[in-house]
Design a protein around this ligand. Structure first.
Ligand code: FES
Length: 119
């Protein structure tokens, strides 16, 4: 099994993400508001944008009316910086608009203060 420390738990606050590396691959390490860590390939499946330059946000619900947005999954969605495609962190990186597509993901565990990515 290959594994690597990609950052310290204190490097990312809940609701934030950062760029790191796993071997020769760029990875995106995300920390959701509940404090859990996730890691994905740091490259949008559309045209390859570096996702760490996007944002973590929420999704609007189906109950939203024009001009009155209701949000869910706050801090659990990655929004691509180039064309706005959105990926659900807690649903295996699946694209909201097309769940058949997803970001390649990595397993993550925390030991002491180390965030470790592994295959
Ligand atoms: S490169 Fe991410 S939406 Fe186009």
């Amino acid at each position: 099994m290959r594994e690597q420390v990609v950052c310290k738990t204190t490097d990312i606050q809940p609701g934030q993400m950062m760029e790191s590396v796993f071997g020769k691959q760029d990875v995106l390490v995300c920390r959701t508001p509940d404090g859990d860590f996730y890691a994905f390939r740091n490259q949008c499946t559309h045209q390859g944008a570096p996702l760490h330059k996007g944002m973590m946000c929420g999704a609007t619900t189906e109950q939203s009316e024009p001009g009155e947005y209701q949000y869910c999954h706050r801090g659990e969605i990655i929004r691509c910086p180039w064309h706005g495609r959105e990926f659900d962190i807690k649903n295996d990186g699946r694209m909201l608009a097309n769940p058949d597509k997803k970001l390649p993901s990595f397993k993550v565990r925390v030991e002491n203060e180390n965030v470790i990515v592994y295959k």
